[in-house]
Ligand binder design. Structure first.
Ligand code: PLP
Length: 387
């Protein structure tokens, strides 16, 4: 039987490891880093966190930021210190790490299957206020059995598909039936609904995105009404990513938003969420100059959505193609960049960028002041479970 490993110390061990590996960079300017290097401008990230917190103080909803974006216990702690209710995660491992970071209110915004992961969740729920998404009764039964066996209580959020065509119940009737089932199950606590409207972020046009967001939230709140009409109180209504955050947080029915990318931002989200600074960049070096191309040493093993990447200070260069170790930018009008030049790339997509790296080079005024681990890195559990 797989059991949850002793978790104390995983963050500290990762921090020590990356400081041993990359600590030589402390004190260097970003242009002097060995590339590709993940760079976090800590003051810009803090400004983003505080801007979001300040605006939310004026709006009905609170925030439970999604940390799959940054996978940083330190940024997660700062978000909670700025007033977040707790944190959202995509995986059980992320929740384990954030619990170790001292965050005691966590939501795995995903359905979780498989005995090892479910057992890990149930164990974690013993010492942490923990929620998980559910969209079918058999899965809820498995969670219930694990929670009872672990001697804890697991919060359940029924996932509603608000238009994304991913997980989630499709109709109010299905949601009501599931809620009725969940409230009968021992070891579970029915906390509310989750309905991330991620499909809206795939709609760059402002008005159409707003229309889709409103349709999604009308459906979502209608599902909540149906469950309430069946006599089951719905406490939490959670939704909202960076592409729709202000609209969703302005809806008086929504209790919390799940936006995460605002903290670091990227080019995919930037135009949809103005007012946040690009705190996350990838430092890269020009390795080849062709008459019509600039090629850097950060390809699609260093950058998520390279097609949307840009080079700071060189808006004339357009992403042409990203190969594994080559980021190729079109320089039809020529470029002053020469081989050996160090450049900062703004990621196309932050979560798919951070996940490649072991460590952040944390900079202030472009000088590295610390090295922070990306934890848990990659899709695997990284030793957080024994199995
Ligand atoms: C379920 C869920 N909630 C929230 C988010 C965060 O959204 P964003 O990255 O736009 O802030 C995501 C991102 O994919 C998500 O999958």
């Amino acid at each position: 039987m797989t059991e949850v490993r002793e978790r104390r110390g995983a963050i500290e061990a990762a921090a020590e490891r990356v400081r041993a590996q990359y600590g030589g960079a402390i004190g260097r300017r970003r242009e002097a880093l060995v590339t590709p290097a993940l760079v976090l401008d800590i003051d810009a990230a803090q400004r983003n966190i505080e801007r979001m917190a300040a605006r939310l103080r004026e709006l009905p909803a609170g925030i439970r930021p999604h940390i799959k974006v940054h996978k940083s216990p330190e940024l997660g702690r700062r978000q909670v210190e700025a007033g977040a209710f707790g944190l959202s995660t995509a995986t059980v491992w992320e929740a384990m790490v954030m619990a170790e970071a001292g965050i005691d209110d966590l939501f795995v915004v995903n359905t979780v299957a498989g005995p090892d992961k479910i057992r890990a969740l149930a164990e974690l729920a013993r010492g942490t206020r923990l929620r998980v998404a559910v969209d079918e009764i058999d899965n809820a039964r498995a969670l219930s059995a694990a929670a009872v066996a672990a001697g804890g209580t697991l919060g359940v959020m029924i996932e509603v598909d608000t238009g994304m065509d991913r997980c989630g119940v499709d109709t109010a009737e299905e949601a009501v039936a599931l809620a009725r089932g969940v409230v009968e199950l021992p070891g579970l606590r029915f906390d509310g609904l989750t309905g991330y409207e991620g499909h809206c972020s795939l709609t760059p046009e402002h008005d159409l995105r707003l229309e889709k967001q409103q349709t999604a939230m009308n459906f979502f709140t209608g599902v909540a009404d149906a469950i309430a009409a069946a006599g089951i109180p719905v406490g939490v209504l959670s939704a909202g990513g960076t592409g729709t955050w202000e609209w969703t947080a302005s809806n008086p029915r929504i209790t919390e938003i799940q936006a995460g990318t605002y903290c670091v931002i990227d080019n995919f989200h930037g135009h949809m969420a103005p007012g946040f600074d690009h705190s996350l960049t990838v430092q890269a070096t020009v390795i080849s100059r062709r008459p019509d191309r600039v090629i850097v040493d950060a390809g699609n093993k260093s950058m998520g959505a390279g097609a949307l990447a840009t080079i700071v200070g060189h808006p004339e260069l357009e992403s042409f193609r990203f190969d594994e170790e080559h980021g190729i930018f079109a320089a039809g009008q020529g470029s002053t960049l020469k081989v050996g030049a160090s450049v900062a790339l703004i990621p196309g997509y932050s979560p798919g960028t951070v996940n490649w790296y072991d460590a952040y080079h944390v900079v202030r005024d472009d000088v590295v002041i610390d090295i922070w681990p990306v934890i848990p890195r990659g899709p695997g559990h990284g030793g957080l479970l024994a199995g």
